[in-house]
Write a protein that binds this ligand. Structure first.
Ligand code: ZN
Length: 198
């Protein structure tokens, strides 16, 4: 790619680090950005800088938020004794879209995967255990229905049950290997309603 200037090469290289963006797409996007109106391109760059600077993990549930606590953790309308454990903020958003869950969440930011070298200490599990020192009635494990999600669910169950807290797992209405994000709201709600004790 030596025929491009070093500035362009740098832009292409940065873009190619994004998920699902290969070398060709990175070049296409780089030239698209160069052709954009200046104010739009600066707005894009500014949004990245500002989000990286200001977005942080909620002190309580670890989802991404602009404040110390996310709106759900702050809400007195939510049942803080029921915690749904999800792998990422997108899964949390998917359950919120059903509009039928009034508990709170805990975002792990991943799942245990021995194959990928991701252990229990690499996800937000210790943060969950801290929360369980307060009065909690139920932990609903809504990790994905695949090897990593199931491994994580079993691990959580073993940690939480000895505390005398009910642990349940979302039903298999969610197809095996299914990414929660792409499942429609009705299916997601049924999986939640049909959850079983672990
Ligand atoms: Zn929160």
């Amino acid at each position: 790619m030596e025929f491009y200037s070093s500035q362009i090469n740098n832009l292409v290289e940065q873009l190619s680090r994004l998920p699902g963006i290969g070398a060709k797409s990175a070049q296409r996007i780089a030239f698209h950005i160069l052709n954009m109106r200046e104010d739009q391109a600066f707005a894009l760059a500014g949004a990245i800088t500002s989000a990286k600077k200001n977005v942080r993990c909620c002190k309580e549930c670890c989802t991404y938020t602009d404040d110390e606590l996310c709106p759900i953790c702050r809400s007195p309308q939510r049942n803080h004794r029921q915690i749904m454990v999800v792998e990422n903020p997108r899964d949390m958003a998917a359950y919120e879209k059903t509009g039928r869950y009034d508990g709170v969440y805990h975002v792990l930011h991943g799942a245990i995967s021995p194959m990928a070298g991701i252990g229990p200490q690499d996800i937000k599990l210790s943060e969950l255990m801290v929360r369980l020192q307060a009065d909690v009635d139920e932990v609903i494990v809504a990790t994905n229905k695949n090897l990593e999600g199931d491994t994580t669910a079993t691990y959580i169950s073993k940690l939480v049950k000895p505390l005398g807290i009910k642990v349940s797992r979302i039903a298999s209405g969610v197809p095996a290997g299914g990414d929660l994000e792409y499942i429609d709201e009705v299916t997601l709600y049924r999986a939640l309603e049909g959850r079983t004790d672990m």
